[in-house]
Design a protein around this ligand. Structure first.
Ligand code: 13P
Length: 287
């Protein structure tokens, strides 16, 4: 059964650890994430971007696959299925498809419109027992080959959005999706501290979990971050393991071309990456 992310994040914030959101792209990814969570006795949030949702033929397919896999694999740790960076329309599609959590990324709307749409979604999510993530201050990343600098959120805007009744809040603190540039200035802990002081118990979310040094992750958790998103690192691990397998020529000999064999090194690499992140975030044994 899927659960909302509310309880796991409230516990994480109080216990000073973070629950990982690991984005899924296909069946192997999903299986790797669920099995690792179970082996580590850790809660987990499966993130689905709109693009990944489309790739997997739609949010209904994703929700059905995840629910069935939880049952068939006897997964007993808390699992939330979460829309990552959702558009307004995407949020409604996932609500209908049976997700247990959504992120409404209204950061590109003027603050008034972000507030209005967020309020509406707070109401719907409350009725359905779902969790809702909001974003303030855009999170940087690569666009057309240029890596944008992560923007810092205005703590007062964070307080305004937090007071609307969202479950968790993603605030830009200089973090970037994907690889960090050489001259990255690091996370702005002053911003994070100011946000946490104004938003109290609200679990804060750190996007761009790939490539943030371990000491910064730990400091962010100590300042109220209770959910950390990881995507690129699993993709890199999967690609590297697959490349190595193909270069070694195993796919050409015997039955090595069998997709169940071909995709296995990547599957194991995702599992190892997720386990490493769960250790760093402190969520092992917290289910
Ligand atoms: P990375 O791809 O940098 O790990 O970021 C993932 C993320 O924040 C998804 O929302």
């Amino acid at each position: 059964m899927l659960v909302s992310a509310k309880e796991m994040l409230t516990k994480a914030k109080a216990g000073k650890y973070a629950v990982g959101q690991f984005n899924i792209n296909n069946l192997e990814w999903t299986k790797a994430a669920l099995l690792t969570a179970q082996e580590c006795n850790s809660p987990i949030i499966l993130g689905v971007s709109e693009g990944a949702g489309k790739y997997m033929t739609g949010f209904k397919t994703v929700a059905s696959m995840v629910k069935a896999m939880i049952e068939e694999l006897n997964i007993t740790v808390p699992v939330a299925l979460h829309l990552d960076h959702g558009t307004y329309d995407g949020c409604y599609k996932c609500i209908e498809a049976g997700f247990s959590s959504i992120m409404f990324d209204g950061s590109h709307y003027p603050i008034e419109e972000n507030i209005e749409k967020t309020k509406e979604l707070v109401k719907v999510c409350e009725e359905k027992g779902m969790s809702l993530e909001a974003e303030v201050g855009s999170i940087g990343g690569e666009e057309d080959g240029v890596i944008g600098k992560g923007e810092c959120a205005d703590p007062n805007e964070c307080k305004m959005i937090s007071d609307l009744g969202v479950t968790m809040l993603a605030a830009g603190i200089g973090n970037i999706h994907g690889k960090y540039p050489e001259n990255w200035e690091g996370l702005s802990f002053e911003t994070l501290d100011a946000i946490q002081q104004l938003t109290g118990d609200m679990p804060l979310v750190l996007h761009g979990g790939t490539g943030i040094p371990a000491d910064m992750i730990k400091k962010a958790i100590s300042l109220g971050v209770a959910k950390i998103n990881v995507n690129t690192e699993c993709q890199l691990a999967f690609a590297e393991a697959t490349r190595k397998y193909i270069e070694e020529g195993k796919d050409l000999s015997g039955k090595g071309f069998d997709p169940r064999k071909l995709l296995n090194p990547g599957f194991e690499a995702i599992k190892a990456t997720i386990k490493e992140k769960m250790e760093l975030f402190g969520s092992i044994g917290k289910a």
